[in-house]
Design a protein around this ligand. Structure first.
Ligand code: SAM
Ligand code: SF4
Length: 323
């Protein structure tokens, strides 16, 4: 339990701060990487931290980045995590661009749930927002649909002035594939770029836009994949839609169950507060007691809520934290 009575059993592991896309809201302009590649955790170190975390009751794990699929040993990391006794769910968050060839190996390695980012279906807009090719992301989504994962969800960051008109097409696209789409509020985590607070679109506004097309009804069922989204179902189309009100929902942090591990070996109790605990000294220690102590310290340091509404100043951009 953390100091606010929350049961912390979910470790989100960033395996790299690098990415093959350049999303305007995630990666600062001219980003060259946060840490030297040599400072990235090795597969052995990642598995060691995960193993110690299971001793403390962690059961849910998600690989993220940056783009986790750019790491050559991503399938090995997934397989070794899944083999750990105590690991009950293993997910991965990806932009999907490399998923065409990796969906089946990841499924076979033990990955249960895949979140794929797609902020627009319009190819030009997709390129403008991400710097990437939508064809590759769509191929990846198609491969994930066929690979037999337990859950595949689509993620879309809401961007006023950019992708409001993509909301309905994305929901229809997801529903046709049986994939819920989750709409995420923009968090101030990529400074100095063309996307800023004027582009903020709340989940309440997105719900209003969707309500003009169909009736949105709260879906009280268990959320697929244990995430922070609140789900609704569209009455006529039956589509399941998730809303992640990270900024505007006052109770957003109330059931936060996560710690984050950055690719350069820092434990982060909260995405929206700066505190970090350096795990590297513990990882270099011959015994594992120091790793457990660092994990316990991170749990004890979890703040009650993020500070996005308190003149939050970015230190680490999103791509270097791990979303
Ligand atoms: N590269 C992978 C991807 O795009 O899914 C995994 C890492 S990415 C940082 C994880 C999630 O964070 C994605 O869904 C992305 O859209 C979201 N994200 C990135 N920057 C964000 C921001 N400033 N506000 C809200 N969500 C953001
Ligand atoms: Fe890369 Fe994902 Fe960030 Fe986009 S959101 S730049 S795909 S890490």
């Amino acid at each position: 339990m953390d100091p606010f009575g929350r049961h912390i059993d979910y470790l989100r592991i960033s395996v790299t701060d690098r990415c093959n896309e350049r999303c305007l809201y995630c990666m600062p302009k001219g980003y060259k990487g946060w840490a030297e590649r040599a400072d990235h955790l090795t597969a052995d170190e990642i598995v060691r931290v995960a193993e110690k975390s299971t001793d403390l009751g962690f059961r849910k794990f998600r690989l993220t980045g940056g783009e986790p699929l750019v790491r050559k040993d991503i399938v090995e990391i997934a397989r070794r995590l899944w083999e750990l006794p105590g690991v009950q769910t293993l997910g991965i968050s990806t932009n999907g661009v490399l998923l065409k060839d990796l969906a089946i190996p990841l499924k076979e390695a033990g990955v249960r749930s895949v979140n794929i980012s797609i902020d627009a279906l319009d190819p030009d807009l997709y390129r403008k927002l991400t710097g990437g090719r939508i064809e590759a992301a769509l191929e990846g989504i198609g491969a994930a649909a066929k690979a037999g994962f337990e859950v595949v969800k689509l993620n879309c960051v809401l961007l006023r002035g950019h992708n409001e008109d993509q909301i309905v097409p994305l929901v229809k696209f997801g529903a046709a594939l049986g994939m819920p789409v989750r709409f995420i509020e923009l968090m101030p985590l990529a400074p100095g770029g063309p996307i800023d607070e004027k582009n903020f679109l709340s989940v309440a506004d997105a719900m209003k836009l969707l309500s003009a097309h169909d009736v949105l009804e709260p879906d009280p069922g268990k959320s697929p994949g244990h995430g922070p989204a609140r789900y609704h179902r569209l009455r006529n189309s039956g589509a399941l839609v998730g809303f992640i009100g990270s900024v505007t929902c006052s109770d957003f942090c109330a059931d936060c169950n996560k710690l984050r591990l950055t690719s350069d070996g820092k434990l982060r109790p909260c995405l929206g507060r700066h505190g970090e605990i350096d795990l590297m000294p513990a990882l270099r220690s011959p015994t594992s007691a120091a790793i457990s102590a660092a994990l316990e310290e991170a749990i004890a340091n979890k703040p009650e809520k993020h500070s996005f509404d308190e003149d939050f100043e970015v230190e680490r951009p999103m791509t270097a934290i791990g979303g």
